[in-house]
Design a protein around this ligand. Structure first.
Ligand code: ADP
Length: 475
């Protein structure tokens, strides 16, 4: 699911508040307008009633009034002076105009819209007067005559509109201030602390246990900060303890391995000398077995030493110009007796052309190739074949060890380079073994900036391991 930044959420909130404010402006303006129009029209009706009372209810007795010169004219004049009134007209039962206001502004009226509202004796309609919108008031007299009056809303319309807009702006500004206050408050109390927390977690992920979070304003976040600080202190303690245990373990393995190797070397020499002196085949065989055991033990001890080196920070190759062909040839030769004993077709393919020396740690690369050839021989049943080949391609040295052995299944493929992993099929064919050979070989090649991969393998058909060492990187 897509995650939104809290700042985006605020932006959406601001847009929402803006739209709500705008909507409220419109609603407010409309209501305000309608309310004020009604109020003004009612005021005008009251004006008429007051005036007509003062001059003697012209609607009820207008026939008589008409004969009294000046009375109606006075009334009309007074009416025309009230702001907003554009004309006054008295109409008789036959809807004939009895009297018009003498005001210049009055020229007649067109009624276009249906009545807006009807109150007792007062009918209101929207109309147009001189192309401008007006409201027409009609007040029925007892005798059935009507007083028609046109009220222009133009001047007051503008004022009403301006007021509505002002109120609208007020609301908008209020919403804006609210949003800003929310933003600043949450930035201070939520966003900033969260950003600090997130960067502190990143540092912690990179094992920086010294990271600490300081004082902030919000109580809740402050408590999270304190908990974080406590947690890093605890983590640092645990990590230090782990490191100490691991260092002690590695040191123990290193010392134990050394102690084991020191007496083994003279034992092997002694056995080799003894072998030369012995005549009977049976005794020779016994000595050979003892020698094999002692060599196995030396190999095991060497592996343990290498693992302890990896754990103490990895291999640091001591590079020197190395004759690759010689190095491979030496390793190949070491395994010849074992390969022949297993009746394997054991071959080596070296490039014919001369190879320039490469900067390598000879001892370490020898260990890596040793492990690959040892495995190829161990995991190939009698009668199979093992081939070591060397190739130079685009400035990269490729060393391949190919066999026709038990092969590696797709499930095993992801695990064979792990420390101490051994496949069940592997154990069946080769019960001795620690599951360290490939792990050590890979670490050695990696320390040289190269890569060791299982190039191809098929169960029951064999495998090819490939070491690639870039020559540029070695110079
Ligand atoms: P070990 O050989 O001591 O078991 P390694 O780390 O050298 O340890 O190898 C790990 C496992 O990978 C072996 O147990 C075996 O299952 C598998 N393996 C390694 N090389 C080969 C090979 N050439 N052919 C088949 N399986 C192999």
């Amino acid at each position: 699911m897509k995650k939104h930044s809290i700042l985006h959420v605020y932006a959406y909130l601001l847009i929402f508040l803006g739209l709500t404010g705008l909507f409220l402006v419109l609603v407010n303006a409309t209501l305000f307008y309608r309310f004020n129009i009604d109020r003004i029209l009612l005021e005008r009706v009251v004006n008429i009633q007051t005036l007509s009372n003062t001059i003697g209810s012209p609607f009820w007795i207008h026939q008589e009034l008409l004969h009294i010169p000046g009375t109606v004219e006075n009334f009309m004049q007074e009416m025309a002076n009230i702001p907003g009134i554009v004309f006054v007209r008295i109409v008789n039962l036959e809807t004939k105009t009895v009297k018009k206001s003498s005001d210049r502004r009055e020229v007649g009226m067109k009624i276009e819209n249906p009545p807006l509202f009807e109150r007792e004796k007062v009918i209101t309609r929207d109309g147009i007067f001189r192309d401008a919108p007006i409201t027409e008031l009609s007040i029925k007299s007892k005798s059935g005559d009507n007083l028609w009056m046109g009220v222009s809303l133009k001047s007051i319309q503008r004022n009403i509109f301006l007021t509505a807009v002002l109120i609208g702006w007020g609301i908008l500004i209020l919403f804006g201030i609210m949003a800003l206050v929310i933003f600043f408050v949450s930035r201070r109390f939520v966003i900033d602390p969260l950003t600090k927390l997130s960067s502190a977690f990143k540092k912690l992920k990179n094992e920086d246990y010294k990271v600490r979070l300081g004082e902030i304003s919000g109580a809740e976040m402050q408590s999270v900060f304190y908990t974080f600080n406590d947690m890093t202190i605890r983590l640092a303690e645990i990590r230090n303890r782990e490191r100490a245990v691991s260092a002690a373990k590695s040191e123990f393995i290193r010392i134990a391995a050394h102690q084991l190797r020191t007496p083994l070397t003279p034992i092997i020499w002694g056995l080799q000398e003894l072998k030369k002196a012995i005549k009977t085949e049976e005794e020779k065989q016994q000595i050979e077995n003892a020698l094999k055991r002692a060599e196995d033990m030396i190999n095991l001890v060497n592996s343990m030493l290498n693992v302890s080196r990896i754990e103490a920070g990895g291999f640091l190759p001591e590079k020197q110009p190395t004759d690759i062909k010689k190095l491979i040839n030496d390793v190949f030769k070491n395994f010849e007796p074992t390969a022949h004993k297993k009746n394997l077709t054991y071959t080596m393919q070296l490039p014919e052309k001369e190879m320039l020396p490469m900067q390598l740690d000879q001892v370490l690369i020898q260990v890596a190739v040793n492990n690959l050839i040892g495995n190829a021989i161990n995991y190939t049943p009698e009668g199979g074949s093992v081939t070591i080949s060397v190739e130079e391609k685009d400035g990269t040295l490729l060393i391949r060890v190919r066999d026709t052995g038990i092969g590696i299944t797709p499930e095993e493929r992801s695990k064979i380079f792990n420390k101490l992993y051994r496949s069940t099929r592997g154990i069946r064919l080769q019960p001795d073994g620690m599951g360290l050979g490939l792990y050590i070989a890979q670490q050695i090649v990696n320390a040289h900036g190269g890569e060791l991969v299982l190039e191809e393998s098929e169960e029951g058909k064999g495998s090819t391991f490939r070491i690639a060492l870039s020559q540029e990187r070695l110079e």
